[in-house]
Write a protein that binds this ligand. Structure first.
Ligand SMILES: Nc1nc2c(ncn2[C@@H]2O[C@H](COP(=O)(O)OP(=O)(O)OP(=O)(O)O)[C@@H](O)[C@H]2O)c(=O)[nH]1
Ligand SMILES: [Mg+2]
Length: 471
């Protein structure tokens, strides 16, 4: 990476293009002096107070020059954050200018002529990490926060930024140190063949750590729920109105609807936002015994998506009597009733009823049943409300805890876990304490890599090259 952290850096922190305002950030020992060359405020910037905003003019060709000749400027707001009470723990100046691309770029160009260097992607956050303001998983949380697409993702990243995950990892490491020191005391007296702490006590300590790490790794299985939103699969026999329900929920004619059974052949995905949460709706090919290779492939895809769903909306045509073909759908409901949220939807309620709740009595009280009409949109509100309530259930499994969403974290935890399990086996097999200690130290280091206590240029490069410039 070869970055010089003694440089003072500058970047435009707002997105490219024009907007209401743009913000240029400068961080480093010379930040205030560099900005002062260009800014005219009611007091000279070097005397400005920390955490204050000053109204002033930014002269593109420098303040001194401006005294002699008319110089181009923009009226700006200048915020000063003095070290160490700033994002990077260095002096920071933030210049809020009018949000024109030309203005922001001119200001940046001036600052660079004045002695600043263009910041690398994520360098402000990298400096926050290097200067000990946040650890590595907190730095990664900043990137996740910016990418968040829904409330759940935002809450989870905020928790990570506040140090929820860091504290858990530090706790694992502390418990490892505790175990290692118990074992090391013994090793010091090895010749006397003493056993200070019972092996059962050590095993108990390790089992506790193993369980906590396994639980954390297990939360990664819900990572998609956080990052992408809730997966809702609309499934049923052909022609029951799956595509019509999708269109009605989106309020647009996204999917092709015809009265010909087998219209939808491939899986179609669209997102609706209900109460701040993204629901990813999947319209699927109708499930039926088929010989048509295209239909067979469509149905295979339907079933794959059903496997992967958080919520299944099983749709029936309320205007037709149930037939043998419905048995396949009943079968799927039985298969997934314990592992997924399922709602049975009887569609086409605008037509005379041919089936009713009684036909579904097998699922009484365990599975919700709704009558709707995709044609005139009746019952759709109830369906949305039900989906949100399911999400509340899914969320309540996770809100107290934390959901691991970063594959780097999962990998490091898995490596650490494997070493701890190895250590445990050594104890069970009555191997020498030295082997146990060595494995536990390896685990300790893997967990240290996570928070960045131990780090390499490669890891930092991987993480920060994915940041935007100016963050
Ligand atoms: N009366 C009435 N007709 C509906 C309703 N929903 C869908 N239909 C009609 O039912 C037929 C099939 O609708 P689709 O939405 O294509 O059904 P599908 O389940 O997606 O069908 P496939 O893609 O073939 O599996 C169309 O003619 C729709 O207009 C409804 O609520 N009421
Ligand atoms: Mg369809």
């Amino acid at each position: 990476m070869n970055i010089n952290f003694n440089d003072t850096i500058a970047a435009i922190s707002t997105p490219k293009g024009s907007g209401g305002i743009a913000i240029i950030r400068i961080s480093g020992g010379a930040a205030i002096d560099i900005a002062a060359q260009f800014c005219q405020c009611n007091i000279p910037l070097p005397r400005a107070k920390s955490w204050r905003v000053y109204l002033g003019k930014f002269y593109f060709s420098g303040e001194k020059l401006a005294e002699q000749q008319q110089s181009t400027y923009d009226q700006v707001l200048i915020t000063i954050f003095r070290a160490p009470n700033s994002y990077t723990k260095e002096d920071i100046v933030e210049i809020s200018c009018h949000g024109g691309e030309y203005i922001a770029e001119s200001i940046l160009r001036s600052l660079i002529q004045g002695g600043a260097r263009l910041a690398m992607p994520g360098e402000f956050t990298l400096r926050a990490f290097i200067n000990g303001r946040i650890d590595l998983v907190q730095a990664e949380a900043v990137a996740d926060l910016i990418k968040s697409q829904n409330d759940l993702a935002l809450q989870n990243s905020n928790r990570q930024l506040e140090g929820f995950l860091s504290t858990m990892i530090e706790n694992f490491r502390n418990r490892l140190v505790e175990t290692i020191s118990l074992l090391e005391v013994e090793l010091d007296f090895a010749e006397e063949d003493l056993e200070f702490t019972s092996r059962d006590k050590i095993l108990e300590l390790l089992n506790e750590i193993i369980q906590s790490i396994q639980k954390l790794i297990g939360s990664f299985s819900r990572e998609k729920l956080v990052r992408q939103g809730v997966k809702v699969v609309l499934a049923g026999k052909p022609n029951v109105g799956k595509s019509s329900v999708l269109n009605a929920m989106l309020s647009e004619n996204r999917a092709i609807v015809t009265d010909i059974p087998g219209t939808t052949r491939d899986v179609l995905e669209e997102t609706v936002n209900i109460h701040g949460i993204n629901f990813r709706l999947f319209d699927t090919a109708g499930i039926i015994e088929s010989r048509d290779p295209v239909e067979i492939e469509g149905i295979r895809r339907t079933k794959m998506n059903i496997q992967d769903a958080d919520i299944l909306v099983m749709i029936f045509d309320g205007s037709q009597n149930l037939t043998a073909e419905d048995e396949a759908i009943f079968q799927l409901i039985r298969q997934f009733r314990d592992s997924k949220k399922i709602v049975i939807v009887i569609n086409k309620s605008d037509l005379p009823n041919a089936i009713d709740k009684i036909d579904f009595k097998e699922f009484d009280s365990t599975i919700d049943l709704l009558k709707i009409s995709a044609l005139n949109s009746s019952g759709l509100e109830d369906l949305s409300t039900l989906l949100v309530s399911y999400l509340d259930d899914l969320k309540s499994q996770v809100t107290d805890e934390f959901i691991l969403t970063n594959i780097r974290h999962k990998n490091a935890l898995e490596k650490g876990l494997a070493s701890i399990q190895h250590a445990k086996n050594s104890i069970v097999n009555k191997l020498s304490g030295e082997f146990v200690v060595s494995d536990l130290k390896i685990a300790f280091d893997y967990l240290g890599e996570l928070t960045g206590v131990i780090t390499s240029e490669e890891i930092l490069n991987n993480i920060f090259s994915n940041f935007c410039i100016g963050k």
